[in-house]
Design a protein around this ligand. Structure first.
Ligand code: GCO
Ligand code: MG
Length: 408
């Protein structure tokens, strides 16, 4: 069996999904996602210029060897661009394998460990009142877990995950349009003084059962993160996400010494070599990599297994930038993984997105049910894809009030 050709498509409804389709001499094809949010053209070029020509003629069933070929063969390896490109190929090869076996991928991993995967939604509010409305909106739909972000009084701009506009509380997504980044202004003091009590009010309003998550988006120093974690302890958070920029991994020790708040990190990681110390030293509770940025199913599964040895659970990244293809790959891992924790999931189920990526995966009462179709269980409609093309966009950048650059 041989890979005969592969194509890359960039575009989608409101998103630049980078979709890879690998064809074989037996008519079976596989799909992969290489969407690297706001740098989408780069993994697409990596695939088209370097990787696709190299894999043509290979046996697609040898997904492990092909992964090693891509990774070890690159010499200058790792990094989100390369790993997203490797990841798309890897997903597509697993998709082919599942179709050949006539089995959904979770069966190839070891079958189902649970009937469905708990997901969390993004609640947001320009202020706390607004946020309460947003949380209620998701609770009413049966969600068991909600990430909560709200505007901070006196903060010069809205803050991470928060709309400037009051009432914009359902499926709010940061505006990434335009190639020149917008500037947001951040004030740590105001955030630290306001947010712990706001979180407590949320707990009081919604009771003990709701799983409450909060994302700091890398904005605190190690000492501030430790103080914040200590302050939010009575809230009983499901997790505190990205309290610090995680390059300085030893910094997490300070947080651990002061608090037992569960910590989730890893959405910007792309290899097991960024996760292993945090996992092995029990500095985190949830690992947040995604199959897209972390080299596909082959590599992400390795991270999941390492995490399992140390009682670290999964909490795969599921920002709207991930296409239904990688979300499907994660859905298969989620029903299998013995150490599954939770899945981030934003309902983008617009008719346009469903038409581009038809599938039988579905969400009900805050639980994600995986399709039993062979492989990933997602289709890609090329006729639909023809109407979309790349649209330039960028993450906002963050500065302090005096102009100092900060982490987005
Ligand atoms: C999350 C993340 C995202 C990122 C986005 C950047 O927890 O979902 O923080 O919202 O900001 O993926 O591209
Ligand atoms: Mg995050």
């Amino acid at each position: 069996m041989k890979i005969t050709d592969a194509k890359v498509f960039v575009g989608g409804p409101g998103k630049n999904y980078v979709t890879l389709k690998i064809m074989t001499d037996q008519g079976v094809y596989g799909l992969g996602d290489a969407t690297l949010n706001n740098r989408e053209t780069l993994p697409a070029a990596y695939l088209t210029d370097y990787l696709i020509p190299a894999i043509i003629g290979m046996d697609p069933r040898n997904s492990e060897d092909i992964w090693q070929y891509l990774y070890r063969g690159a010499y200058f390896r790792k990094g989100p661009i390369a790993m997203a490109a490797f990841g798309a190929i890897d997903m597509a090869l697993w998709d082919i394998k599942g179709k050949l076996a006539n089995m959904p991928l979770y069966q190839l991993f070891g079958g189902k460990s649970r009937k469905a995967a708990m997901v969390y939604a993004h609640a947001t509010g320009a202020d706390l009142d607004d946020l309460m409305t947003s949380i209620q909106f998701y609770v009413d739909q049966g969600y068991k877990a909600v990430r909560v972000q709200c505007g901070i009084p006196g903060m010069p701009t809205a803050g991470y995950g928060v709309s400037e506009t009051k009432g914009d509380v359902e499926n709010y997504i940061t505006d990434f349009s335009g190639i020149k980044p917008k500037v947001e202004i951040w004030d740590t003091g105001r955030y630290m003084r306001y947010m712990p009590d706001a979180l407590l009010q949320i707990r009081d309003r919604f009771g003990p059962d709701l799983k409450i998550l909060h994302d700091v988006h890398h904005r605190l120093t190690p000492r501030e993160a430790a103080a914040f974690a200590k302050a939010v302890e009575p809230v009983d958070l499901f997790w505190l996400e990205d309290p610090t920029p995680a390059e300085d991994q030893d910094a997490l020790k300070m947080l651990r010494q002061h608090s037992t708040v569960p910590v989730a990190i890893g959405e910007v990681f792309n290899s097991i070599w960024e996760c292993n110390n945090l996992i092995e030293q029990n500095l985190i509770d949830f690992i947040r990599v995604s199959v897209t940025y972390a080299g596909g199913i082959t590599h992400a599964k390795r991270i999941v297994d390492l995490a399992g040895l140390h009682n670290v659970r999964t909490g795969f990244h599921g920002a709207p930038s991930h296409s239904p293809i990688s979300m499907a790959a994660q859905a298969h891992l989620n029903v299998w993984a013995p150490n599954f924790g939770i899945q981030e999931y934003l309902v983008l189920g617009t008719p346009e997105c469903d038409a581009l990526f038809p599938s039988d995966h579905y969400l009900e009462n805050g639980m994600f049910y995986v399709s039993d179709a062979p492989g990933l269980g997602v289709e890609f409609n090329e006729d639909e894809a023809a109407q979309y093309s790349y649209k330039a966009g960028s993450h906002p950048i963050v500065r302090l009030e005096d102009g100092t650059m900060w982490d987005y």
